[in-house]
Design a protein. Structure first.
Length: 86
């Protein structure tokens, strides 16, 4: 997984983290994850544990999520809001 100031990518899937429109809590195997979609229709399943274990990567991703939620254009489930603490 790699991330830039405004995006996160794994293999050929990526999303614009500052333009998220939907976030849902899910699982990936036994791991907690977030299903996220941006305004361009890009979908991504973000597995939390490995992402959070890399503080620089998590900081980039979380800041984009927090921005999207704070600006009111993101539909985030209650479970995802509780898990992400946004």
């Amino acid at each position: 997984m790699i991330a830039g100031a405004r995006w996160v990518q794994q293999r050929d899937e990526w999303v614009s983290t500052y333009e998220l429109e939907k976030i849902r809590s899910t699982t990936f195997g036994l791991n907690r994850a977030m299903s996220i979609r941006d305004i361009h229709g890009n979908n991504f399943v973000l597995v939390l544990r490995p992402t959070q274990q890399n503080p620089l990567l998590w900081n980039l991703v979380y800041n984009g999520i927090a921005y999207s939620v704070a600006h009111g254009n993101c539909d985030i489930s209650k479970a995802a809001r509780r898990i992400l603490k946004v």
